[in-house]
Design a protein around this ligand. Sequence first.
Ligand code: TXA
Ligand code: MG
Length: 325
Amino acid sequence: MTAIATDIEKAAGVLRAGGLLALPTETVYGLGANAEDPDAVARIFQVKGRPPSHPLIVHIGAAEQLDDWVEEVPQAARLLAEHFWPGPLTLVLRRGHRVPLEATGGLETVAVRVPDHPVALALLSAFGGGVTAPSANRFGSVSPTTAAHVRAELGDAVDFVLDGGPCQVGVESTIVDVTGDMPAILRPGGVTREDLEAALGHPVAVPSTSGVRVPGQHPSHYAPRARVVLVEPGKVVAEAELAQDAGHQVGVFLPSSLVGAEVKAHAVVALPGSLDAYAHGLYGFLRELDERGCDLIVACLPAEEGLGLAIGNRLRRAAGPRTSG
Ligand code: TXA
Ligand code: MG
């Protein structure tokens, strides 16, 4: 057996034994447990420090298994599953009997997706059941996109880290609620709004976003230790300099349009030109600036098209008020 095949067998054993596992997906690493084992699911919440009312995603091995996990599959859900699975799309549907309330935070709906990662799919196939998995980070912090991130953040709290390399997409899945009359995006992510609309043939509602400097409405989540400040693209350099002069250790997300600009700061990340590459690197960049000792990160929002919608959503949340630990 190859090393990865051995690891996949071991990981399936951990799930069968009621353990906790870090697993790779195409979006971010997940903290997984057997979806049908309420005690194992409860341990996810303990390790993450996540409130038990905050529902999890059930990962399954193929679109054909969807009916096993939900009460009914509306036509729009069927279409989206066929079109985007395996892939970074999560569908919220009415909960089936197999899903314990522990996994849904007590809700009568359940979030389901088929991840597009060969190691995750091999694991799901070897295991045979569903795997509930939130992102494998402590509650409120930045999601891990490498196995090293997981080890640094969760260490011995997980029974096994299944290393599938760096995550391709880099931001979490798009969550679409298909329980109502019209599909609605609950969280922008790896599948773009444009792609959803093209598949459905009509516009899809997204959560409202507003303003650049964000007042109270976005509680902090996906947040590095450093405070994140969002400014207009033309003000990134001046804002960084002002804060650095005021005594901060400033980290800068320098937009690709400004590459080569002189910036007075502690650390600079030159952002890639493509939104795909930006999403892929986003959480790693935030971690890097933390590691380099920055206490303030100055960034601007990308255009709200394609993956820019998800990147902007994560940046806004990282910049939100720190209400909980
Ligand atoms: O890409 C992803 O989605 C990653 C990988 C590991 O699959 N997972 C992930 O899980 O981001 P987590 O737990 O960090 O975020 C799941 C989101 C939460 O914001 C939760 O509120 C929402 O999914 N969610 C889960 N079940 C739901 C439900 N029944 N109704 C509405 N939202 C739900
Ligand atoms: Mg998360």
